[in-house]
Write a protein that binds this ligand. Structure first.
Ligand code: FAD
Length: 378
């Protein structure tokens, strides 16, 4: 190492790692947790480039969701019914695992249900979605523990005070979490299991030497017997051949709103816009579809086009006439591809990856992490 690490620092934190995980998002930490659950004696080290996790896991909307009718119908255009049901089941099981691992109270899990909204002018699209409710309920019933998931819910629209919403579909089985609490609970669980998480450590190169792998970072070199890359949207920076395209999501949170009526998770325009209640406020995000090329970036930030659109929908559709003030803006980066499944595989001997949750990692991340940990243990 080309730095000033002490003998103590090396022995306690750095040297002799059995497995190094690159990236401390939900997937990386879930993988670490699973490794230590299966093999308590392993030395597991997680290396994260950010001061906090710096991708999607602390930036998301916290929807514990497994898909709207429109999203499933869109997927069915290029994917088989079997695959759509399999993915819904994967997300459903992933959410159960997240809750089981961390506990509902620790992640503030609340099941107020989810709604898909259709605007005035989208009647044909709404009609098609509503006509497909029983088809999707039948298809997904076995995937979601035998429940009939979707029901038409037009009668509830007026109670939320929306403007310009003409039709609505309800899903009683969706919930929401507090994203920050979820990631803290996950980190706490990792610390309890003696997993070392080091921040400010960006890996810039990987050298596979057969019986060990060296990783280069500005802090110095790290060595492990096995490495798991869980860098999601940033995967191509280390493995350019991986099919992962970054997609930025921009989000706002309003100031607290006295007498807020909405409660639950809401999607519209095929999931490109989403909002929910949190602590008496509204979280609202989306708008990637306004300019896919501009949002296909690994850079955090905002665009005027998306900010203006979100502000307009907030004031005209979601909370009409209330002149709501916005308290926070932020963005996060997701990893996408038209293939709907994540990439969990061996890249080369002793080197594995688990990336591309396609914007659904709250739901899938726990299982994706477990799967890659199992691969590494084999
Ligand atoms: C705005 C937004 C809203 C979302 N809403 C939802 C939702 O409501 N429900 C849902 O299910 N999903 C949602 N998602 C998606 C979900 O957050 C992601 O799918 C999930 O967090 C992905 O987890 P991950 O661990 O794979 O990736 P990440 O959380 O991105 O973690 C990857 C980590 O790797 C680190 N890293 C990258 N390169 C390096 C390197 N070279 N060296 C060291 N570290 C590195 C990054 O800093 C990052 O912390 C949303 C995402 C965004 C951005």
């Amino acid at each position: 190492m080309s730095n000033n690490f002490s003998y103590w620092e090396r022995a306690a934190f750095i040297d002799n790692a059995d497995v190094i995980i690159i990236g401390s998002g939900i997937v990386g930490l879930s993988a670490a947790l699973h490794l230590k659950t299966r093999e308590a004696n392993l030395k597991v080290l997680v290396l994260e480039r950010g001061f906090l996790p710096s991708g999607a896991s602390t930036k998301n909307a916290g929807f514990a969701c497994f898909g709207t009718v429109s999203e499933h119908l869109e997927a069915l255009k290029h994917t088989s019914e079997e695959d759509v049901a399999r993915l819904a089941n994967y997300k459903w099981r992933g959410l159960q695992r997240l809750r089981q691992n961390l506990g509902d109270a620790n992640i503030d899990y609340q099941q107020h249900g989810g709604y898909e909204l259709f605007m005035t002018g989208e009647e044909a699209h709404a009609e098609k979605a509503i006509d497909n409710i029983s088809r999707l309920n039948n298809l997904l019933k076995p995937a979601i523990d035998g429940h009939n998931i979707y029901t038409a819910a037009d009668a509830k629209i007026a109670g939320f005070g929306f403007n310009g919403v003409s039709r609505m579909i309800y899903n009683a089985f969706e919930g929401q979490i507090h994203t920050g609490k979820m990631m803290r609970a996950l980190l706490n669980k990792c610390y309890q299991k003696d997993i070392i998480v080091l921040n400010g450590c960006e890996i810039s190169a990987i050298y596979n030497n057969g019986d060990h792998i060296d990783l280069t970072s500005p802090q110095g070199n790290f060595t492990a017997k096995k490495v798991i890359m869980a860098t999601n949207a940033f995967a191509k920076q280390l493995y350019p051949e991986l099919k992962v395209t970054p997609g930025r999501g921009q989000v706002l949170i309003s100031k607290p709103i006295p007498g807020l009526k909405l409660k639950g998770t809401y999607h519209f325009q095929s999931g490109y816009y989403y909002f929910r209640n949190i602590d008496g406020r509204v979280l609202f995000g989306g708008g990637r579809n306004l300019d896919f090329a501009a949002e296909e970036t690994p850079e955090f930030g905002h665009t005027d086009a998306v900010k203006q659109k979100l502000t307009k929908y907030l004031n005209q559709v979601i909370l009409p006439g209330q002149n709501v003030e916005i308290d926070y803006w932020w963005s996060g980066i997701m990893g996408f591809n038209e293939e709907i499944s994540p990439i969990v595989k061996r890249l080369e001997p002793n080197m594995f990856c688990a990336v591309r949750c396609n914007g659904m990692g709250v739901a899938m991340g726990s299982l994706v992490g477990e799967e890659v940990a199992e691969l590494a243990l084999r």
